[in-house]
Design a protein around this ligand. Sequence first.
Ligand code: SF4
Length: 333
Amino acid sequence: MNENIIKIDNLKVYFPIRRGIFLQTFGYIKAIDGINIEINKNQDISVVGESGSGKTTLGKSMVGLIKPTGGKILYNFNGKTFDMSKQLPIDVRQSIQMIFQDPFSSLNPRLKIIDTLKEPLEIRKLFRSKKEMIDYLGELLEKVGLKREHLYRYPHEFSGGQRQRISIVRAISMKPNVIVLDEPTSSLDVSVQSQVLNLLQDIKKEYNLTYVFITHNISVAKYMGQKIIVMYLGKIVEINDADKLIEKPFHPYTQLLLSTVVEIKSEHAEKEVKIGEPPSPVNIPSGCRFRTRCPFAMEICAKKDPPLSDHEGSLVACHLYSNQKKEISVNNS
Ligand code: SF4
């Protein structure tokens, strides 16, 4: 039976826009605007979207770094359900880890690697002696292709790829159940990106982890996820199994993302979806928020926000596939 490990229920994250000497609120950036996701244990989810889609805010909310404005993120830890926005026991908090895009800024440049890695382990008192802990960390470093003696070096002595390997060690050292990975390879040289992705796949299998992989690159999303969630301006616009979504994307925005990847160009886009720029998240278009870039936009698209609904096994938020569109076509015919 598939066991739910994370359940996101109508999540909203709004950031106030403040101006003036009294920092009055002039509006909100709706970084996440009412999304629902269920993730099963050991399922790999990729979240894909451009900058400003809300995917990083989603990742940070999942590990409790950002408090929701509305809705809930529920986390199933050893059969008990925890609300990620609340104060959590340390073992629960540490069992969801996050790996960030820039490994350099996530490592303290003034601390040797050993000092960065040992801190969370000491809080948990997981080891009987310092030697036991150092042996453990040394083994993990070797597992990711580094050396034990690297424990005594500083972050600036490593390449970007090596620093990301250290970030991976820091995450797995706490024996997590879930890791949220926010563009973990996008700051690395192309030559080392695939090495790190392969390492992450091996680590996942060995430690029986659930990954939530955040990326702007839909081909990386396919490689890392069994299921892909496509986000646009704070909303989910399509969810499907990775293979099916790549083979037959329905939402025009998913088609746009695919059209930017040479090796998996969509053959299903009837009209070319122009890349363009997403609108400002401060001024989100009415109705479907993709309508200002969509070549299929209809009258209803400006009036009604399309809900996610099932279309040939994919969940798609688009009036092209909704009953309203069918009703309009019938009325116009
Ligand atoms: Fe395009 Fe309308 Fe579908 Fe939005 S709802 S993606 S504007 S066709």
